[in-house]
Unconditional design. Sequence first.
Length: 131
Amino acid sequence: MKPALQELPHLENWRWLSHQIRCAMAPDEPRLIEHYLAEGRYLARCTATPAWNIAQTSLRLMLDTATDTQLPWHWRCLCLDQAWRPLRDLRNAAHTAEQRVTWQAYAAQLARSELLPSTPLYDLPQGYSDE
């Protein structure tokens, strides 16, 4: 039970950081991504959270954020540029044949990633749809 008690604050912080990244809450703060990835590495090394789950969740976050055209272009580029780190961690955590196949699929997805332009601010929907 003790590892779970130590894990909880770090896991909550890691999830909060992921929310900030996914919503581009601080798009001019690239260190947020590094902080998130470092917190994930800590969870994988020092708590009961499986390294595979941390790496897969981190990679999904980077890829999903990078392909979200509603977010600022530079933030999406930063996320795509950093996606190799959780992909590397995923490769290192792959111990079964199924995990290696999953890693290869993610590697292919990252290699084929193409960023579409971000939606300009004036094209974003404003207000309520019934107005």
